[in-house]
Design a protein around this ligand. Structure first.
Ligand SMILES: CC(=O)N[C@H](C=O)[C@@H](O)[C@H](O)[C@H](O)CO
Ligand SMILES: CC(=O)C(=O)O
Length: 303
C-alpha cells in the first residue's frame, strides 16, 4: 500500500541554473513549488532531465537538497543516483536517504558495455547503501543496455526493488515487466508520447521528461485513463504528441526548448549545460508559438 504514493504523474525534474550556469537554489526551489502547486504526485530528481551526467557530485547533492527542503513530505521524491562509478552512486544514495527521499533509482552503468553480472552488482550495491526502496531505470536509447527479463527477474528477488521506470519504446515491454513484477510492483511509463498506451497495457504510473513543461495535460490524460474516458485520452495524447514534436523541432535541444517555454510560463530555470546547446537565433522566436499551443491545448481540455 505504501507504493500508492508513487502512482500518478511524476515529472522528471530539470536542472535549474542561474544565468552563469551554476546550480541555483532559488530556481530549484521555485520549480519544485511550481510543480507542487500544479498537483503532481512526485518528482524524479537528477535523471536525464536533471542533466545528471553533466553535473558533479556536489551539484547533484545540492539539487537533491534544495528539492527536499522545498517539497519533501509533500511529494513522493525519487532520487536518481546513477553515476559513472559505484562509489559515487553509493554516496548519492546515502545522501538521498539522509535527506528523507522516498526512493532511489538508477540507470545501469554507462560507457563500458558491462555484463549483466556487473549491472546486477552495481544496482545491488546502491540498494544496500540505504534502507530506501529502489526503482530500476531502463532507458536503452541513452545507455545502450536494454533490461532483459532475466536480469529483471533476478533484481526483483530483492524486495527493496519496488518498480521499474521503462523508457524503451515497445509498450509490450511495459506489459511484460508488469506481468513478471506482479500486482504490487510499480511499472512507470517512460515514453511521454505513449503515456496513455503505457497505462492501458499495464503501467501504474508515469515519469516523464516533458511533464514539467505541461503538467496540466498529463494530469488530465491520467484522469481520462482512470475514469475510462478513452476517446478523450486518445485525443489529449495526440495533442501532447504534437507539442512534444514541436519542442523537439527547435535548434539546441529538447530540454533547452522546454526551459525557454518554462520562462514564458513564469518559471525561469536558466538554460542547459554544454554539450547540450541552448535555443538560439530565429528559433527563439518560435518558442512563444509553442507556449501558445500549450495554453490552447490546456484550454481545450480544462474548463
Ligand atoms: C529517451 C528519453 O529521454 N525518454 C524520456 C524518459 O523516459 C521521456 O520522458 C522523453 O523525454 C519524452 O518521451 C520525450 O521524448
Ligand atoms: C526523462 C526522464 O524521465 C528523466 O529525466 O530521467
Amino acid at each position: 500500500m505504501t507504493n500508492e504514493k508513487f502512482k500518478g504523474i511524476i515529472p522528471a525534474f530539470y536542472a535549474c541554473y542561474d544565468e552563469a550556469g551554476v546550480v541555483s537554489e532559488e530556481r530549484t526551489k521555485a520549480l519544485s513549488l511550481y510543480l507542487l502547486e500544479k498537483g503532481v504526485k512526485g518528482l524524479y530528481v537528477g535523471g536525464s532531465s536533471g542533466e545528471c551526467i553533466y553535473q558533479n557530485l556536489e551539484e547533484r547533492k545540492a539539487t537533491l537538497k534544495f528539492v527536499a527542503e522545498s517539497v519533501g513530505g509533500k511529494l513522493a521524491l525519487i532520487a536518481h543516483v546513477g553515476a559513472p562509478s559505484t562509489r559515487e552512486s553509493v554516496e548519492l544514495a546515502k545522501y538521498a536517504a539522509e535527506l528523507g527521499y522516498d526512493a532511489l533509482s538508477a540507470i545501469p552503468p554507462i560507457y563500458f558495455k558491462l555484463p549483466e553480472s556487473s549491472i546486477y552488482r552495481y544496482w545491488t550495491d546502491i540498494i544496500e547503501a540505504s534502507e530506501l526502496p529502489f526503482i530500476i531505470y531502463n532507458i536503452p536509447q541513452t545507455t545502450g543496455y536494454n533490461l532483459s527479463l532475466n536480469l529483471f527477474a533476478k533484481m526483483i528477488e530483492n524486495k527493496k526493488v519496488i518498480g521499474v521506470k521503462n523508457s524503451s519504446m515497445p509498450v509490450l515491454d511495459i506489459e511484460r515487466f508488469k506481468a513478471a513484477g506482479g500486482e504490487d510492483f510499480i511499472v512507470f511509463n517512460g515514453p511521454d508520447e505513449q503515456y496513455v498506451a503505457g497505462r492501458l497495457i499495464g503501467a501504474d504510473s508515469g515519469i516523464g521528461g516533458t511533464y514539467a513543461a505541461m503538467p496540466e495535460l498529463y494530469l488530465k490524460a491520467e484522469e481520462y485513463v482512470a475514469t475510462g474516458n478513452f476517446a478523450k485520452a486518445r485525443s489529449i495524447q495526440k495533442d501532447i504528441n504534437n507539442l512534444i514534436i514541436a519542442l523537439c523541432s527547435l535548434n539546441g535541444n529538447m530540454y533547452s526548448a522546454i526551459k525557454e517555454v518554462l520562462k514564458l510560463r513564469g518559471v525561469n530555470v536558466g538554460s542547459v549545460r554544454a554539450p547540450l546547446e541552448p535555443v538560439t537565433g530565429a528559433d527563439l522566436d518560435k518558442v512563444a508559438a509553442i507556449k501558445d499551443q500549450i495554453d490552447a491545448t490546456i484550454a481545450k481540455y480544462l474548463d
